[in-house]
Design a protein around this ligand. Structure first.
Ligand code: ADP
Ligand code: MG
Length: 198
């Protein structure tokens, strides 16, 4: 049940001075920090971080295409194409720009169901829709509409792996030559608690 997940405070989170606030939220639920690095992501890192598959480009392209059409924006006029794969590639370029805009704080957090628990703390992809109490809901305001009108990705402060397989790949990428620690702290482990709750 113990999992590890990758969290990256993107450059907007760093620039806004939110690192301490965000770390506090992961610590206080009982997750354990096992690796951390303040670094500038290269374009190559960004390129590897976001998937290469046609399926992913198609999904991302279709999502953006739908948003443009829903808002009566002409994708050909705005983006130069209607092809979801080409739009996916364009969006991937924006995402790489965003990730390499300045230093980011990459971390590995460990604990029971860490992937799910971190996604819950992070909140919905679109800050304008993320619930109050989540990181994106409490500190973000950006929307797909605003991002699309400015031809950029949604600025949402933080990245969290979406699922366990993704977490494994992302940790291998971001912490390839870096130390990930193993040590004991309270981490959702209730085995040492005895007696009945009254
Ligand atoms: P998440 O970060 O919640 O896992 P995705 O993996 O689906 O979200 O998307 C990766 C990143 O792409 C998001 O964090 C966000 O910065 C950007 N993004 C997601 N959806 C949109 C969208 N509709 N328009 C612009 N950018 C988006
Ligand atoms: Mg994701």
């Amino acid at each position: 049940m113990t999992e590890r997940t990758l969290i990256v405070i993107k450059h907007d989170g760093v620039a806004r001075g939110l690192m301490g606030e965000i770390i506090k939220r992961f610590e206080r639920v009982g997750l354990k920090l096992v690796a951390m690095e303040f670094l500038k992501s290269t374009r190559d890192m960004g390129d590897s971080h976001y998937p290469h598959t046609k399926k992913w480009l198609q999904k991302v392209g279709e999502r953006t295409l739908k948003e443009y059409l829903d808002k009566d924006l002409d994708p050909v006029k705005e983006l130069g194409t209607m092809d979801p794969i080409k739009i996916g590639q364009l969006v991937k370029g924006w995402l790489i720009d965003y990730l390499s805009a300045g230093p980011v704080l990459a971390m590995v957090w460990e604990g029971p169901n860490a992937v799910h628990v971190c996604r819950k703390l992070v909140g919905d992809t679109i800050p304008a829709n993320a619930v109050v109490g989540s990181i994106r809901g409490d500190y973000g305001i950006d929307s797909a509409e605003l991002a699309n009108s400015q031809q950029r990705p949604i600025y949402n402060i933080i990245h969290a792996s979406g699922e366990l397989a993704e977490a494994k790949e992302e940790i291998a990428l971001w912490f390839k030559n870096r130390e990930v620690f193993d040590y004991n702290v309270y981490s959702g482990d209730f085995s040492g608690v005895s007696g009945k709750l009254k």
